[in-house]
Design a protein around this ligand. Structure first.
Ligand SMILES: C[S@@+](CC[C@H](N)C(=O)[O-])C[C@H]1O[C@@H](n2cnc3c(N)ncnc32)[C@H](O)[C@@H]1O
Length: 302
């Protein structure tokens, strides 16, 4: 019997399998990028989303399948994989899920959304609840192709949308590993005061934005005990995750930052042990967002 399911981003199935193994959840089988488990849901950072109340439902006919879902609740997202025509016919019998791109900093949708997929012509897996309010965990934004100097801003938009908080006007931010300036652009547009730290220079247009100041030096050379405390510490530094963990701990211990949003970047093998250390920090949130590459986002809020 399947009781939970976990959707990996393309190419990250092995990382998700390792998460589930570490959390003690067995994988019964893979259904495309969806790991089906007979165990109760666990926390799995590499999942784009978890289906937390999965159950198998008979689909004797398209109409009967759609009726079974509508009896449970109104809104259902479809993970399409097999029996394309039949599953599309079934999806057409359900209320459409609005897929309008989000306009940052608009909050994530709060409406209740379940998920379903056809496992066989006569059987589906459905979960009335899942961890992401977006279809298949995919957050799409109305993009800005003019302002930001890199596409990294989408990763920060997603992280801030996901945690449901963002710096406000007048709040202070340190943006470590800021160059060329996508994250600094996001923060400055929110009205925050940003100190961008990078060994490389910031894009000139970003450096000139109101509220932005630059320090061209290594983020690891800053001593948090000597710095003016900030409301938010951001890091998108390219470095080994254990080095980032040391940096985050130093800033936490010094009480020099209230909120943290950092990217753990992996080169080659994923460092699951260090990811687990980040996840174990009380109050931490660790996730693989739709806009993340081979990296996880860590957030810790006051
Ligand atoms: C992925 S890029 C950051 C992109 C940026 N968040 C944006 O939105 O444009 C990683 C950055 O980390 C910087 N970096 C690497 N080592 C660093 C260090 N020790 N101190 C500060 N920055 C560092 C690199 O120079 C590079 O600009």
């Amino acid at each position: 019997m399947i009781r939970s399911a976990y959707l990996a981003a393309e190419g990250f199935e092995a990382d998700l399998a390792e998460d589930l193994h570490r959390a003690g959840a067995r994988i019964d089988t893979w259904h495309g990028r969806l790991a089906l488990s007979p165990d109760l849901p666990v926390t799995a950072p590499w999942a784009l989303e978890a289906w937390t109340d999965a159950r198998e439902i008979a689909v004797p006919s398209v109409k009967a399948g759609a009726d079974a879902l509508r009896t449970i609740q109104r809104n259902w997202a479809h993970y399409p994989l097999l029996h394309h025509r039949r599953s599309m016919l079934l999806a057409e019998r359900l209320p459409p899920v609005k897929a309008r791109p989000l306009v940052f900093p608009e909050p994530a949708p709060t409406g209740h959304l379940g998920a379903w997929t056809l496992l066989a012509t006569d059987r589906m897996l459905a979960s009335p609840t899942k961890t992401s309010p977006f279809v298949n965990g995919e957050v799409h934004f109305a993009e800005d192709r003019e302002g930001p100097p890199s596409r990294a801003y989408l990763k920060l938009w997603e992280a801030l949308t996901r945690i449901g908080r963002h710096p406000g006007p007048g709040e202070t931010c340190l943006d470590l590993g800021a160059s060329p300036g996508g994250w600094t652009w996001v923060l400055a547009r929110l009205g925050a005061r940003v100190t961008a730290v990078d060994k490389a220079p910031l894009d000139a247009a970003i450096a000139a934005m109101p509220g932005v100041s630059c320090r061209q030096e290594s983020a690891f050379g800053l001593d948090p005990r000597q710095e003016v405390p900030v409301d938010w510490l951001f890091s998108d530094i390219i470095c080994y995750p254990d080095r980032l963990l040391g940096l985050v701990r130093r800033w936490m211990e010094a009480g020099a930052a209230r909120n943290f949003v950092c990217t753990l970047k992996f080169q080659g093998e994923t460092d699951h042990a260090t990811a687990a250390e980040f996840a174990a920090i009380p109050g931490a949130c660790l996730f693989h967002g739709f806009h993340n590459k081979h990296e996880l986002t860590f957030a810790l809020l006051a």
